[in-house]
Design a protein around this ligand. Structure first.
Ligand SMILES: [Zn+2]
Length: 275
């Protein structure tokens, strides 16, 4: 928060310097000299303001109104570390009042980390919808599909709703799309142990990244194509979801962390939103 305020202050300072220069140019008799100075200074000012636009900032939201995963602290710590290593700022919160228009504008992406149940009120939902419509990014992790069942817009954003899961066990994942930023470093066939969700309301337009082979474990009910990670453009914004990440161990697994990093980077997108 402090650093973004600092950035904003510096930005406004630079803006006022530029405005003053322009003002002098219009009223000062030594127009040409001032124009020349302005011309010389401009590249430095532009460079400085580009620098001051800073790193993209993300909001990691882990409020729970239902089941609470013990891996939430592991997830927060892992994303903070990814931010430090890969050039994005991370705010973590369980406070839904962050979901207002002015606050959300600061974030290039919002991450729902193991959220559960109904966690936003109507005003907060409206602010989040507006944020996505304005080109915002979303990434959902594991229980993000066990969240806000009575908010159809959210269901479509995250891509599906959780139905049930069997006991944790090893299974075979097929990484069916390996050109995406979140899967490019994964093996085509990935065996791992986790808690595997069954889904309902799976959106048929999702771009599926990973499926699970239901023959490789007990308790899958989605059939031949059982998506486990996906992305899509939705209502003006970007959304990415991974089912993976129930276990605490996930958040020190380099393959999983690379997958998560890519999902966050997809959600951040190419444009850096600075208020
Ligand atoms: Zn779980």
């Amino acid at each position: 928060m402090n650093s973004s305020v600092k950035y904003l202050e510096s930005f406004f300072y630079l803006k006022s310097v530029l405005l003053t220069l322009k003002y002098i140019v219009y009223i000062h008799p030594m127009k040409n000299l001032i124009l020349l100075l302005n011309f010389i200074l401009m590249p430095f000012l532009l460079l400085a303001s580009d620098h001051l636009s800073g790193k993209p900032r993300i909001l990691v939201f882990s409020k729970t109104a239902g089941f609470r995963h013990s891996s939430i602290p592991n997830g927060k710590a892992a994303i903070l570390k990814l931010g430090k290593e890969h050039g994005f700022e991370v705010d973590t919160t369980e406070n839904a009042s962050y979901f207002n228009e002015a606050s959300l504008k600061k974030y290039a992406a919002v991450i729902f980390l193991q959220t559960t149940g109904n966690i936003l009120n109507n005003d907060q939902k409206a602010a989040f919808e507006k944020y996505i419509k304005a080109g915002g990014g979303f990434a959902g992790i594991h229980a993000a599909t066990d969240t806000e069942y009575e908010w159809p817009w959210y269901g479509k954003l995250v891509g599906a709703y959780f139905v049930s899961h069997p006991a944790q066990q090893e299974a075979t994942l097929n990484v069916v799309e390996r050109s995406h930023i979140s899967t490019k470093n994964l093996p085509a066939v990935w065996k791992r142990k986790d808690e595997w969700y069954n889904f309902r309301n799976l959106d048929s337009t999702l771009k599926v990244l990973i499926t699970i082979d239901e023959k490789s474990y007990q308790g899958g009910i989605n059939g031949a194509i059982h998506p486990m990670a996906w992305y899509h453009e939705y209502d003006g914004g970007r959304a990415w979801y991974t089912e993976l990440g129930h276990t605490e161990e996930s958040y020190t697994d380099q393959k999983y962390l690379g997958h998560l990093l890519g999902g966050i980077q997809y959600a951040i997108g190419g444009t850096r939103k600075i208020n």
